[in-house]
Write a protein that binds this ligand. Structure first.
Ligand code: IPE
Ligand code: IPE
Ligand code: MG
Length: 261
């Protein structure tokens, strides 16, 4: 039986978070939506700190989706500004804790100064072996899969695609599968986030809106995740065999009695 808690080596996991509910949180308090994004960015910092404490292998935060481009320009501009500020603020922690920072997504349309901040931080931390901190910005799961297919076709004309080759062409090829996904804000959907990598993720949907999400919430989900039994399509063959032999002893078969009744 495969459970998280009985693995021999020290387990280390990839968490992915859909940080949703900023706008509603702000509106409930009579503030404009961007208020929630400002608070949300501060929460993200605390959650990264907790991810380091929990010794997670990776944390991927959904910060701006390909679909979010349809939001009002003013909100989008605030999100770009916040992204740059956030990265500069996280620089000290990245250097201290050897955090490998990356952004996945299409950065076309972002202000050049923001792209510069992103690339500098990626470059500075590219050889670090600590937590992999990835922001999904301008990101869509479908776009990532499509881009991987097109890259493969371009570089290997006429060659068939396989699973390994596809993953090699992802935005961050070494990131790997997600172990557990958290979505805050009360909705139960994945909204085009890491569609491929979520194939066997354990899913946690919380009503808490992102600006209210606390490090203790992450720790709580993590502990629940550790108790979940992940079967990856397998069954416990030993106990199944026992049951089948018990039935044989009782002179029954799965398809009916000896006479076929
Ligand atoms: C998530 O919060 C942050 C982004 C999508 C950028 P929202 O802005 O979607 O907040 P709600 O869901 O409207 O409350
Ligand atoms: C998902 O939230 C994207 C991010 C958190 C960045 P949305 O608010 O955009 O998702 P929908 O529109 O409710 O599906
Ligand atoms: Mg939302």
């Amino acid at each position: 039986m495969i459970t998280n808690s009985v693995k021999n080596s020290a387990p280390s996991f990839h968490a992915a978070i859909i940080m949703d509910g900023n706008g509603r949180w702000a509106k409930e308090r009579g503030h404009p939506r961007f208020w929630g994004h400002i608070r949300g960015a501060a929460v993200a910092s605390k959650i990264i700190e907790e991810a380091v404490n929990l010794k997670l292998k990776a944390i991927t935060l959904f910060s701006f989706s390909t679909e979010n481009w349809s939001r009002p320009e003013i909100e989008i501009r605030v999100l770009f500004k916040l992204l740059g500020k956030f990265i500069l603020k996280e620089k000290k922690r990245a250097l201290d804790k050897k955090i490998k920072f990356r952004v996945i997504g299409d950065l076309t349309g972002l202000p050049l100064e923001t792209v510069k901040i992103i690339r500098e931080m990626e470059d500075l931390t590219k050889d670090f072996g600590g937590l992999k901190l990835t922001l999904a910005f301008g990101y869509g799961g479908r776009a990532e899969i499509l881009s991987a297919v097109n890259l493969h076709i371009k570089n290997n004309p006429g060659q068939e695609m396989d699973l390994e080759k596809l993953e090699k062409n992802f935005f961050a090829p070494d990131l790997g599968d997600v172990d557990f996904l958290i979505r805050t804000g009360g909705d139960h959907r994945v909204s085009n986030f890491l569609l491929w990598q979520l194939a066997y993720a354990e899913l946690f949907f919380l009503d808490t809106k992102w600006p209210e999400f606390a490090p203790s919430n992450l720790r709580n989900v993590y502990n629940q995740f550790l108790k979940r039994e992940r079967r990856f399509g397998f069954i416990d063959a030993t106990s199944e065999l026992k049951k089948v032999s018990q039935l044989a002893v009782e002179n029954k078969t799965i398809l009916g009695t000896k006479n076929g009744k």
